[in-house]
Design a protein around this ligand. Structure first.
Ligand code: ADP
Ligand code: MG
Length: 724
């Protein structure tokens, strides 16, 4: 199974066999990864073959083989000066977790040795009681365990041997992203392979592929340190817009500033050593916003690599005296950061199933995968939305070039017309053979047309881009595992349904080609409501989307309910991805995380308002007062100090409003905190606490424009966005 997963790695790491280091980036590639080719060196031939076979067939690895792999890993790692190892996993707080253990062990005679065996490789029992568990694991029975995922290779990071693992409760429920994602990837493999078998008996396996595009901001370290909101919330809670930001569109693809280039070069080098095939780097639309993207990989590996990339970006940024902001909307009024998930399906024979073929047969296949994906988004639109919403993404979606919160699929003019035609052609009668050929030929023209079809709709949350779908609504700080679970499960379900429908038609005497056309047509009709080619920002779309029955809910908390809907339960439980309890736990965790982040923001806002902004505003107010007193003494005539008086009134009024609002916000928070039920508390926070953040900000941003720049306590947007 894992063979293809390693293919990209192996290809890019081919220099390994060539030995000597050169200056080429490929020379470093996967230097810190225990790749298959390294295993070949460190394992006996027999053990290597056994491992390869077990991985290819997805079978469990027995203890004696695990012992051999562990000892090979240890030998390799120790040669590189490594002394510690850790199981590396992705708990539901969205971060990655590791608990380091030393290789060191004591023999009965008191001498120390380095040891690492199969048992330690395969499984650990971290006392991980403080990871979010949504009620699955009480703290008094805090045992969870991590188990090796042989499909993702071990690597060395920060001098520690990291072993990618799943993380589950002692009772078996998943507490991470990887466990259900591996199940979803297995489900899509099965369903897609069965469809491929209609066309090519050689296809034995289908892999989901993922190429993420990671957007982020850099900010100078000193400025960052002077902004408690950036430090504690990852975003600015206040700050008046800079006179110039992105309106001239002069940052996008502009030349990359020297200090940033140095950072990027080191980041890329570090990524390459870790086997992350980053390839593209450029400036993004907002000032100080950047993007990096890799060559796509098998989805499980790509998800691990994105997690690793996020921590590496942060690490390298610090070395260059920057801080990296992965928050979806660090600055109001300029573009936020997303993480487009480019997704497709690839057979073990090397065919991209979402790439239009050059002959009628492969185009039939293409259409099945295309239409089933569209149908999956249509059927489970609410889940597609639920898996990407978060407190951070809430402020990104719907503005400044991010997609709106309404789910829709963009296919581009040409494919839309192909689907429309297919739908019409068979409305009330069977297609004639000529029509079928014509249709297949039309589809056959897609590749050429797609090539120069740069018809990109930036406002679409889910767009077809020639040979893949691009899920653009995903937030920049998210673990891609969340969307990958929903997308692969939903499409797997549609493909399985597709096959069942075709087969039942065939059983009733319909020819298979005809059965496929009929089912396609039905799917096209059923999923029409999700297709949208227009401007996702327009008011008309919001209205129309509502009329189409699509969710236009703007808020995160109500959108999360999709996780516990009957539809979600029947999908996930039916496909064997989540139990009901696991779904409920995930729902609760998402509510909890949202609520806690909002709580932190409200606290930081209160602190900044009371301890930073108001005192400075008072200092300024006193200066004005003194000034007025002096003017009055000297001139007596009110016309001499009228503008200052007006200023004093204004400053005072903002100060008063801020204090009242902060008091009210604190009260609202206290009240919300008494609510036991996590979901209700999150709702209360959304409704009663959240609005204060904007209201208080408004007043503070006005003050920022009045108070003497010299004493204003926080770095301003123009500094944060333009210093580098
Ligand atoms: P753009 O900004 O135009 O969308 P980028 O080059 O920044 O393009 O990103 C495109 C991403 O799509 C890359 O990560 C690339 O590897 C990925 N990609 C290309 N083909 C596929 C595919 N078949 N499956 C998954 N991802 C793909
Ligand atoms: Mg893209």
């Amino acid at each position: 199974m894992a063979k293809i997963r390693f293919m990209a790695l192996e290809q890019l790491a081919s220099r390994e066999s060539s030995g000597a280091k050169s200056a080429k980036p490929s020379a470093l590639f996967a230097d810190d990864v225990f790749t298959m080719s390294k295993m070949r060196t460190y394992l006996s031939i027999e053990a290597y073959r056994k491992l390869e076979k077990a991985m290819a067939e997805g079978e469990p690895i027995d203890r004696s083989l695990a012992d051999q792999v562990a000892s090979a890993m240890k030998a390799w790692a120790m040669e590189k000066g490594v002394t510690h190892y850790t199981h590396w996993f992705a708990p539901l707080n969205g971060a990655t977790a590791e608990k380091h253990d030393s290789f060191i062990d004591l023999l009965p005679d008191g001498t120390a040795i380095e040891s690492f065996d199969g048992k330690l490789l395969i499984q650990q029992e971290p006392d991980a009681s403080s990871f979010p568990n949504g009620g699955i694991r009480n703290t008094f029975e805090a045992r969870g365990y991590t188990a090796w995922d042989p499909a993702s290779p071990a690597f060395i990071n920060n001098g520690t041997l990291c072993i990618p693992t799943v993380f589950v409760a002692y009772t078996g429920e998943a507490l991470d992203f990887k466990t259900p994602m591996l199940k979803a990837l297995a489900a899509i493999d099965k369903a897609a392979t069965e469809i491929c078998q209609y066309f090519d008996k050689d296809v034995k396996k289908v892999y989901a592929t993922l190429g993420w595009e990671q957007e982020y901001f850099l900010v100078d370290e000193a400025l960052y340190n002077a902004r408690p909101d950036l430090k504690l919330c990852g975003r600015t809670l206040m700050g008046h817009q800079s006179a110039k930001d992105q309106q001239l569109e002069d940052h996008y693809f502009g030349s990359i500033p020297g200090r940033v280039t140095a950072f990027m070069e080191e980041l890329e080098q570090e990524c390459h050593k870790l086997g992350i095939p980053v390839k593209t780097r450029h400036n993004e639309v907002a000032p100080n916003q950047f993007e990096c993207a890799p060559v796509f990989e098998e989805a499980n590996l790509a998800v691990d690599h994105n997690q690793l990339l996020m921590s590496t970006i942060k690490k390298i940024a610090r070395k260059h005296r920057f801080r990296a902001l992965l928050h979806e909307k660090p600055y109001k009024g300029v573009n936020g950061s997303g993480k487009h998930n480019n997704w497709s399906l690839m057979t073990d024979t090397g065919v991209n199933l979402l790439s239009p073929g050059r002959n009628p047969k492969s185009n039939m296949q293409f259409l099945i995968f295309l239409v089933s994906t569209v149908k999956a988004v249509s059927e489970y639109a609410d889940l597609f939305k639920a898996c990407i919403v978060s407190l951070g993404n809430e402020s990104r979606l719907g503005g400044d070039e991010a997609p709106p919160v309404v789910m829709s699929v963009f296919l581009g003019q040409y494919l839309s017309s192909v689907l429309d035609e297919l739908e019409k052609k068979v409305t009330d009668r069977k297609m004639t053979p000529d029509e079928k050929t014509e249709l297949k030929l039309n589809v056959g023209r897609i590749p050429e047309i797609m090539l120069d079809n740069t018809d990109r709709n930036r406002t679409s949350p889910f767009a077809f881009t020639g040979n893949r779908f691009e899920f653009r609504a995903v937030g920049s700080s998210a673990n891609c595992g969340g969307p990958m679970i929903v997308l692969n499960t939903a499409v797997a379900k549609q493909l399985a349904d597709f096959k069942n429908e075709v087969e039942s038609l065939v059983e009733n005497g319909v020819k298979r080609d005809e059965a496929i056309f009929q089912t396609l047509r039905q799917y096209i009709i059923d999923s029409k409501k999700i297709r949208f080619e227009g401007n996702g920002y327009s008011r008309e779309w919001l209205k129309e989307a509502e009329a189409r029955g699509l969710s236009t809910e703007q808020d995160c908390i109500p959108s999360l309910r999709a996780y516990i809907s009957e539809k979600a339960k029947s999908l996930f439980v039916g496909m064997g991805i989540f139990s009901e309890r696991e779904l409920e736990a995930r729902f609760e965790i998402k509510n909890e995380i949202y609520m806690k982040k909002l709580q932190i923001e409200a606290r930081v806002m209160g602190d900044l308002a009371l301890n930073h902004i108001i005192p400075i505003a008072i200092v300024y107010q006193n200066r004005l007062l003194e000034n007025v007193r002096g003017l009055k003494e000297m001139f007596g005539d009110a016309s001499f100090y009228a503008p200052q008086l007006e200023n004093i009134r204004s400053v005072s009024s903002h100060i008063n409003t801020i204090s009242v609002l902060v008091d009210e916000m604190i009260e609202a928070r206290k009240k919300a905190n008494t609510i036991e039920d996590m979901v209700k508390r999150a709702e209360e926070y959304t409704e009663k606490v959240r609005p204060y953040l904007e209201k208080i900000r408004y007043e503070i941003d006005k003050l920022e424009l009045m108070v003497d720049d010299e004493i204003w306590p926080l770095p301003k947007y123009r500094e944060l966005l333009f210093s580098r």
